[in-house]
Design a protein around this ligand. Structure first.
Ligand code: MN
Length: 276
């Protein structure tokens, strides 16, 4: 019996199957956590969605920005982008079941027993884990409600870039979503920075990875996240686990066994001729 947290698959279904073979995944005994971005950019988003959904109670998946994009496109609130590889999902006979399942995934998972916390991008420095859970639930309630398309239409945008308890309406939901699904670099006060998206080594001096923001209030939490392939699976902190190892960019797909924190990786099955 083991629990494995797996990084961003982005449609690399063959790599997922290779990784599950490597860890001898047994669905009768083991549980899989997924850091989100199950879909997009890679070749087999449809197969990935079908498989993860079929795991039922044996999986926990948090939504990533690409998963939200798929839901937004499917309901007509956003347009497909040039690099999107989502058409096989959108044309699938079981599209409705798959997207209904995806829409009910959480944005944050907290395991009180082990102390592990998982979201696609990370946690805002000002949020306690309990506050983050409540805020994630505000977005989840909207996604699961009667008019998610109103949220999807307003979802994109970089403002507001600083959390404030007094935020209201769509600005509030967008800010929560940006911290949980899009964040990489922040300013020293925890404000989001979307202007720099390059390598850590050549970052501007005024920004830092979100987990290095001074006075982050959730430093006791063991945080699992994906979304940031350029980290190569490494952070500066023992209890912050970067699991996106860039499978879709020709690198690796990684699983972290939570019981002993051992990592397992497989090389991506193909090098895609896509630019980052
Ligand atoms: Mn992402």
């Amino acid at each position: 019996m083991a629990t494995y947290a797996i990084g961003d698959i982005q449609g690399c279904f063959a790599s997922l199957q290779q990784l599950l073979a490597k860890i001898h995944f047994n669905p009768a005994q083991d549980t899989l956590w997924f850091t989100g971005d199950l879909v997009n950019r890679g070749p087999h988003s449809l197969e990935t969605l079908r498989f993860v959904k079929s795991l039922g109670e044996k999986q926990i998946t948090v939504l990533g920005n690409h998963d939200l994009h798929l839901l937004a496109v499917a309901c007509g609130a956003q347009q497909l982008h040039e690099m999107d590889t989502l058409l096989p999902v959108l044309n699938a006979p079981d599209k409705n079941e798959l997207l209904a399942w995806l829409r009910f995934r959480p944005l944050l998972h907290v395991d009180a027993e082990t102390g592990f916390v998982m979201s696609h991008a990370g946690l805002a420095s000002r949020w306690s884990v309990q506050q983050a859970l409540k805020l994630a639930q505000e977005v989840e309630a909207t996604l699961r409600g009667s008019a998610p398309e109103e949220f999807f239409k307003a979802m994109y945008g970089n403002q507001p870039d600083q959390w404030d308890d007094n935020l209201k309406g769509m600005a509030r939901l967008r800010c929560i979503t940006n911290y949980l699904t899009r964040m990489r670099f922040c300013h020293p006060d925890g404000r989001l920075d979307f202007t720099y998206d390059g390598a850590l080594a050549s970052k501007p001096v005024h920004v830092m990875p979100w987990y290095e923001v001074p006075q982050r209030v959730n430093t006791h939490a063991k945080i699992i996240f994906g979304h940031w392939a350029a980290l190569g699976g490494l952070t500066s902190l023992d209890h912050v686990y970067a699991l996106d190892t860039g499978c879709v960019w020709g690198n690796c797909l990684t699983a972290l066994r939570l019981e002993d924190e051992q990592r397992f990786s497989v090389q991506c099955e193909q090098m895609l001729a896509l630019k980052l």
